[in-house]
Design a protein around this ligand. Sequence first.
Ligand code: PNS
Length: 163
Amino acid sequence: MAQVAIYPGSFDPITSGHLGIIERGLYVFDKLIVAVAINARKGPFFTLEERLGFIERSFEGNDRVVVDSFTGLTVDYVRTKGANVILRGLRAVADFEYELQMANLNRKLAPGIETLLMMTGEEYFFVSSQNVKEIALLGGDIQGLVPPHVVEAFREKLERGEP
Ligand code: PNS
């Protein structure tokens, strides 16, 4: 049976660090469902459609990567896909507590669904969607930190004076 994992996140926007986790995740799993969370509490910089589009474009033609969105609990979404693995990247020490809490809460909510944490590649240890947004908004160079089409999307959005 094909091994499927769900890779959930805000992906606002997808970064080179996320891309690395997906690429390396495909060494372990047959299929990855990259699931963009629709979180009413977090006002995203990019719309849901933009965030989905960035990921789709990064994996165009690769039928082992499926891009989707979800509302509600991650574990409920994982169940609807018939999967039992949540994949998450782990960067610096600062991520550890958050990921530990989330993994344990998810296991409490849904025993049998396991979270696998993959160490982020050392070249992207310092990259987060949050700091990429800050650099872009302050006029810094984000090339290499996100895919080229995301660099372009930031440029267009900021030129339009959005958000
Ligand atoms: O990229 P992020 O913002 O670190 O991703 C966080 C995400 C979306 C995985 C997390 O907030 C989440 O799972 N949200 C769905 C709601 C949920 O299941 N909450 C309980 C787990 S703590």
